[in-house]
Design a protein around this ligand. Structure first.
Ligand SMILES: [Zn+2]
Ligand SMILES: [Zn+2]
Length: 359
C-alpha cells in the first residue's frame, strides 16, 4: 500500500510501505477514506529529527475510514462499518479511560508519532491507505449513518482532532453566555475555536492572527471581530468591547511564550486562559504566576481527550450546529499527498489545512 513517510526534516514522501496486519486480537484494520495533515504534523516536518523521528517513519494521526478486518476479540465492530479514530488510541477500560481522559490511557499512544509511542508495537501513520488500530473497540467510534456518506467526509474528518481540540479549548476556558472571548491563532484550531465558542452564545469572539484569508474563514465560522496583529494592536478593540476590563476568556490555539504573556496581561481578573497548542514541545511558555495569583486567573487546557467529546460532536454535527469543513482548504490524492506539507508549512495563500484522499 501507499503511505506518507518522514524522510528528513522538510522532506515527506509517498512511498510503498508494508500492508498492516492484525497483530493482536483487539486490533482492527481500517481502510482509510480520508486523512488530515495537522499543524502538529508540521512540527514533525520541521523538527522531526530533533523529536527523534527516523527516516521512513509513517506519519498522520487524523483519519476516517471503513473497517476492513477485525481481530478475534473485536465484537462491536464489523468489516464495512464506517469509523472515525481519535488521534490517540485508548483501551476504554483503564482508570483514566473510565475518568473520560482517554489521552492518558495507560496503554494509549498516538498514530504516526513513533518517538512518543509509549506502548510499543508498530502503530503506524494514518496518512496511508490502511492502518492497524490497536484496542479497536476503545479507540474507534462508528460514524452515525446520517453523516457516513462520502459527501460528508470533509465535515467528519475534523472530528478526529482539530474540532474536538478547539472544543476542548473552549470548554477549558469555561466560555459562558454574554462573555467576551479572545482566540489567539488563525490556524485550523483557532478558527474552529471561534466556531465552537459560538455554541455558548458569547457577547464577542475576537480572533487574532495575521493571515487575511484565514481570518475571513474565521469570521464566516463565528468570530465577531478579527484583528491582524502584524498591523494592529488589538488592545483598543478589546478595551472597547469589554469596557476596559479585558476578556473573560482567552483561548491560545498557539501556546508560545508571547501568546501566554499576551493572554496573562489581557485576561480579566477572575478569568481563564486555555491552551491547546503543541508548541509547548518546542519550549514551554513561561507563566507569570505572580500575575496569575494577583488576578485569580485559571489556566487550563492540554491534549484534547477527543473520545470524550465525540458523542457531543456527533449530535452537534448531525444537528448542523457545527460544520468544520471550511478549514479543509485542500484535498489532495494520496499520490501527491506529501505536497500538502509544503503547502501548509509555507502558509500558502488560501491554505489552512490539507486533506489526503487515498485513490
Ligand atoms: Zn492533529
Ligand atoms: Zn485506557
Amino acid at each position: 500500500m501507499r503511505g506518507i513517510v518522514y524522510k528528513a526534516d522538510g522532506d515527506m514522501q509517498v512511498e510503498t510501505v508494508p500492508d498492516p496486519t492484525i497483530l493482536d486480537p483487539d486490533d482492527a484494520i481500517v481502510r482509510v477514506t480520508k486523512a488530515g495533515i495537522c499543524g502538529s504534523d508540521l512540527h514533525i516536518y520541521n523538527h522531526g529529527a530533533a523529536f527523534g523521528f527516523d527516516a521512513g517513519c509513517r506519519v498522520g494521526h487524523e483519519f476516517i475510514g471503513i473497517v476492513e478486518e477485525v481481530g478475534d476479540n473485536v465484537t462491536h465492530l464489523s468489516p464495512g462499518d464506517p469509523v472515525l479514530s481519535p488521534f490517540w488510541v485508548s483501551c476504554g477500560a483503564c482508570h483514566f479511560c473510565r475518568k473520560d481522559l482517554p489521552t492518558s490511557c495507560v496503554k494509549g499512544g498516538a498514530y504516526g508519532f513513533q518517538p512518543f509511542w509509549r506502548a510499543g508495537g508498530e502503530v503506524q501513520g494514518g496518512q496511508s491507505e490502511f492502518v492497524r488500530v490497536p484496542m479497536a473497540e476503545g479507540t474507534l467510534d462508528r460514524i452515525p449513518e446520517s453523516v457516513a456518506g462520502e459527501e460528508h467526509r470533509s465535515k467528519v474528518l475534523p472530528l478526529t482532532d482539530v474540532l474536538p481540540t478547539a472544543y476542548h479549548a473552549v470548554r477549558c476556558a469555561g466560555v459562558e453566555a454574554g462573555e467576551n472571548v479572545v482566540v489567539v491563532g488563525d490556524g485550523a484550531v483557532g478558527l474552529l475555536a471561534a466556531h465552537a465558542a459560538q455554541l455558548f452564545e458569547p457577547a464577542s469572539v475576537v480572533l487574532l492572527g495575521h493571515h487575511h484569508d484565514r481570518m475571513r474563514i474565521g469570521a464566516d465560522l463565528g468570530a465577531t471581530h478579527t484583528v491582524d496583529t502584524s498591523v494592529d494592536d488589538p488592545a483598543e478593540l478589546i478595551g472597547n468591547l469589554t469596557e476596559g476590563l479585558g476578556p473573560e476568556r482567552v483561548i491560545l490555539a498557539i501556546s508560545s511564550p508571547e501568546t501566554m504573556a499576551f493572554a496573562m496581561d489581557a485576561v480579566q481578573p477572575g478569568g481563564a486562559i486555555s491552551w491547546v497548542g503543541m508548541e509547548v514541545f518546542l519550549g514551554a511558555p513561561e507563566i507569570a504566576w505572580d500575575t496569575a495569583f494577583r488576578k485569580n486567573v485559571t489556566i487550563s487546557g492540554g491534549m484534547a481527550p477527543v473520545r470524550r467529546y465525540l458523542p457531543e460532536m456527533w449530535t452537534l454535527l448531525e444537528a448542523g450546529k457545527v460544520d468544520p469543513s471550511p478549514v479543509l482548504t485542500h484535498d489532495l490524492p494520496m499520490e501527491v499527498g506529501a505536497d500538502g506539507y509544503g503547502i501548509m508549512a509555507s502558509r500558502e495563500e488560501g491554505s489552512v489545512k490539507v486533506a489526503v484522499t487515498p485513490g
